[in-house]
Design a protein around this ligand. Structure first.
Ligand code: AMP
Length: 203
């Protein structure tokens, strides 16, 4: 979210799109809810059909985009490359963080039900769990339970972590430490993007 604000481009988050579908009660939403609450990954085809549709919209085509939460499997990365051809992703960013810290952060995370803004127990909204951005109610995500978090981490290890080598091999990966405040992590991401731009990779 912070990165897309910085570059004034759309934030394309598969998790946000799925949560919106659940809220609207669409066919995808009905299918997704139970799996999301358990921390399971949804099918590659369903996810990538949804992403393909979104990436055809005019705002994305005009300005580019920050893709968040996707790809989460090698099959998704392959399909994404097909969708974007003859172009490709400018950069994939791996935010490195120790598992114990992920657990701590997710257990303390609170989100706005309306706009998805993120807070935590240690950095709550200014007024009584009411979102600073839109006034919505700030709550704990239903999939931020201990069981669902540990399932997400388990799936990360064997489904998503292989993408690090996949993108490294294609010279598309930059890693940044995920320690410190959200603003500090965003600054590191902006730096690796700007470094890559200066090296003249064409974007
Ligand atoms: P997130 O908000 O990115 O943490 O995503 C929340 C949940 O949505 C995940 O735990 C999955 O159940 C589902 N999800 C989001 N993105 C994907 C994806 N790229 N592939 C499969 N499932 C996804």
């Amino acid at each position: 979210m912070r990165l897309s604000h910085h570059y004034v481009v759309p934030h394309v988050s598969t998790g946000d799109m799925l949560r919106a579908a659940v809220k609207q009660g669409t066919a995808i939403g009905l299918k997704a809810k139970d799996q999301m609450d358990r921390g399971e990954l949804l099918g590659d085809e369903l996810i990538m059909d949804m992403v393909e549709e979104r990436l055809q919209e005019s705002d994305v085509r005009a300005r580019g985009f920050v893709l968040d939460g996707c790809p989460r499997t090698v099959a998704q990365a392959e399909r994404l490359a097909e969708i974007l051809a003859p172009f490709d992703l400018d950069l994939a960013i791996d935010i490195e963080i120790h598992t114990s810290q992920v657990l701590r952060r997710l257990a303390a995370r609170r989100v706005c039900m309306d706009c998805g803004a993120n807070y935590s127990l240690s950095a709550p909204p200014l007024i009584n769990w009411t979102c600073d951005v839109c006034g919505g109610e700030v709550v704990q995500r239903e999939d931020d339970t201990e069981e669902a978090i540990s399932r997400r981490l388990e799936l990360y290890e064997y489904q998503t972590a292989p993408l690090i080598d996949w993108y490294k091999f294609r010279n598309q990966l930059q890693s940044v430490p995920g320690t410190g405040s959200p603003d500090a992590v965003t600054r590191r991401m902006v730096k690796v993007i700007e470094d890559r731009r200066q090296k003249g990779s064409g974007f």
